[in-house]
Design a binder for this molecule. Sequence first.
Ligand code: ZN
Length: 489
Amino acid sequence: MITENRFQCHTYAFIVLNTVYDAKSSMTRRQQQQALNALRQHLSSFLTLLLSAMVMCSILLVGATSASAGMIRDAEIEAALEGLIAPLEEAAGYTRGTIKIRVILNNQYNAFVAGTHTVYVHSGLIKEADGVLEFLGVMAHEIGHIREGHVQRLDEAAADAGATATLATIAALAVAAGGSGDAAAGVLFGGTDQATRGYLATRRRDEAVADEIAMSLLEQTELSATGIRDQMQRMTRQRSLPESRQSIYYSTHPGSGERLQAFQDHVDQSEFSNRPAPPSAVHLYDRARTKVTAWTEAPQRILSSSSPLSDTAEFTVYARAIAHYRRGALDKALALMDQLLANHSDDAFFHEFRGDILFAKANPEAAADAYEASLSLRKHNPLVQLNLGRALIATGKDDNLPKAVMALEFARRGEPKWAFVHRTYGIALGKSGRLAEADLALADEALLIGDRGRAIQLAKRVLKSPDLEPLVHSRASDILFRYGADAAN
Ligand SMILES: [Zn+2]
C-alpha cells in the first residue's frame, strides 16, 4: 500500500481490523483467553505487518474499526504529558520517565492503567478535561493504581506480542470489553473468575485506595485537588442518568458518591486548594491538547473555526498548519511552519513537523535538514531519527548512507520492537553494501512480524558470508538456535 520513498502523511492511514468479537465483562476466563489469543494472533502478525508498511510522520494514528481502538503515537504529545506527570511520578517513588503515557484515539472521557507502568488516556479526556489540574488529578489516581499493582498481570498476557501490537491489543481489548477502560484491563487481565458482585467490591476498594494515593501525591507536589473534585462532581451527577448516557469513566470508576466526599474533605483542608496550576504546566497542557485536537477533529472544522483553538497564538497557528497538512495543502502548511519557526527557531517539534511536510512534498534533502535541526535540539527522539534515516535514503545519494545507517541505529535502540525500523535499517545497510548485516536486520524484522521461516532463512544466509563480525555471527547463530528447531518440525 505504500512505497518506501513516498510519504503520504496527510492521508494518515487507518488500519481496518476485522476483529469483531464479543468481549463482555461476563466472559469466563477461558473465553477471555480465547479472545485474547485470537486478537493477539491477528495483531502480532497482521497489524504489525501493516504498521510496518504504513506511512509515518511525526504523529502516528492507528485505528481499528469494530473493536474500535486506535492509538496516537506522537513524541511531542507523549513528552508533554509525561513531563506533566513527572513530579507526581517522583512523589510516588518512581524515577522520572518510568511511567509512560499513551494516547488512545477515542472521544469518550476515560483513562486506565495496563501493564506495570503505563497510563492509557483517551484523546477525549485530554480535550474535555477542564484544565491541567483535572488532568493531573486523574493521572494521580491512575498512578495510584500503578503503585498498588492493580493490573500487573497484563504484561505477562501480552508479553510476546510486538510493542506496537501490544499497545493496540490493549486498546482493542479495553474498548471491546464493553468500552470500559479501567475495568476491561482488570476483567481481561486480572484473571478473575469472581462473580460480578465480588469484582465490583474489589473495584470499589481499589478506587478508594487509588484516590488516597492521588490525594497524597497532589499534596506532596503542592497541587490543588479541585480539578479532580470537580470532575468527580460531574460524574456523580451521572448517577441519575440512564446507563446509556453515563460516561465510560463513570461505569469504570464505581462509587463516585463516596469518592466525591473524600476529595471534598481533602480540598477543605489542603492549603493548596486555592492555588492555580503552575503556568508552565498550563502551557504544556495547552500545547498537548491543541495538538491532539488538531489531529483528531475534522481539518475543515479546525480551519473554519472563528475562535482560536488555544490561548497561545502560536499553538493555534500550529493547529492550522496540521489541518492544512492533513488535507494535503502542503504549501500552506509549510508557510505557517516557516512563520512559526521565524520566532521559535529553538522548537524541536516545529522543526520535526516542518520535516514531515517537506518529506511529503518529495523534498527529502530539505526534510533531512529539518530533522537534523530537530535532533540538534532534542537528541533522543527515535521517531525523528527514523524519519531522518528514511529521508537520507530517499535522497538517493551514496554519501548520505553512512549518516542514514547511524540515524537508524539510534532509532532501533529507541524502538527495538518496531519491525519497520529494522526493515528501514536493513535497507540502509543493503544500499551501503553491508549485506550480511542487512540480512540480519531483515531477520529481526521477520521475527517481529512472526515470520520465523524467513528469519531462519536469512540467518542461514548471514552465516554463509565470509569474514563475519563476531556480533553478527553470534546474533545469526542465536536466531537459528532459538527458532531453527521449530522450522525443522
Ligand atoms: Zn481507577
